[in-house]
Design a protein. Structure first.
Length: 143
């Protein structure tokens, strides 16, 4: 799964978004970034441990748990970026479910939608972190 340069760059973006959230974000950004990183690393671990016929179900379960985690965080922190990340994760869950139920191979359309969706989730985390950081800086300068 992570054998190409593009997938390795995606992993780097995932780690970078989480690191930025942990460094400059508030509680919501830290939890959302950590949850997203944990899910990405769990998918990597499961891909290396599980048999090929079980991998799609495991990925679907991880994506479902990640979407539910974003939902809980969005309700807890009432954050727009978390709501957007949750909706994007729901799209990714639906994409995996569609391909699994239809017994389709992962073609270029799947890869494109999956990568755009993952990039969107990372951008939501980075945007939420940047906005929180900006609010904190403005509040510090006003004080």
């Amino acid at each position: 799964m992570f054998g190409t340069i593009w997938s390795q760059l995606g992993l780097l973006a995932l780690v970078g978004a989480c690191a930025f959230a942990l460094w400059k974000g508030g509680a919501a950004e830290r939890l959302g970034g950590a949850l997203n990183l944990f899910a990405g690393l769990l998918v990597m671990l499961l891909d290396s441990l599980l048999q090929p016929d079980v991998k799609p179900l495991a990925r679907l379960a991880v994506d479902g748990v990640l979407a539910a985690g974003f939902l809980v965080l969005a309700l807890r922190y009432s954050s727009l970026w978390l709501g957007a990340a949750m909706l994007l994760q729901a799209v990714q869950f639906s994409l995996l479910a569609y391909y699994l139920v239809s017994e389709l191979r992962h073609d270029n359309t799947f890869v494109l939608i999956n990568n755009l969706d993952t990039t969107g989730i990372n951008l939501c985390i980075v945007t939420g972190t940047a906005l929180t950081w900006r609010r904190r800086v403005i509040a510090a300068t006003e004080a």
